[in-house]
Design a protein. Structure first.
Length: 129
């Protein structure tokens, strides 16, 4: 494997780690909105919906953070394997991490959609009320 490709994979590992900040800011702003709703509404009618929303935003943030960690680790290990001789390379760990990343990514999409839907339900219930 040439040095250019190894450097490219190390850069991908760094980029995956740098995405962490944008995920956290994006998802945290959604959760902040949930806290804002809790503060302006002193009524207890729909607080259970807000609690569910907050939990799913937190789940989403947690899953995204873990997925980014797995992604960075995977690219780092990939670059390390490519530095070895071809007959010494082992790809089992990379396959496992790739599968975990896909699972975490899909789970984060599901939790994010649930959080958005529950936020919409809360808003609609308050508008109709």
């Amino acid at each position: 494997m040439c040095e250019k490709e190894i450097t490219q994979y190390h850069q991908l590992a760094k980029d995956a780690g740098n995405k962490l900040k944008s995920y956290v800011f994006s998802l945290s702003s959604g959760a902040t909105g949930v806290f804002f709703f809790l503060l302006i509404k002193n009524e207890g009618n729909f607080k259970y919906i807000l609690s569910i929303t907050l939990l799913f935003f937190v789940f989403t943030i947690t899953l995204c953070l873990y997925e980014l960690r797995i992604d960075a680790q995977r690219f780092f290990l990939l670059a390390k394997e490519l530095e070895k001789e071809e007959k010494e390379q082992k790809w089992e760990t990379n396959k496992k991490l790739k599968s975990q990343r896909l699972t975490l990514m899909n789970a984060s999409y599901i939790t994010f959609v649930i959080a958005i839907i529950s936020t919409c339900i809360y808003l609609v219930l308050n508008i109709v009320k």
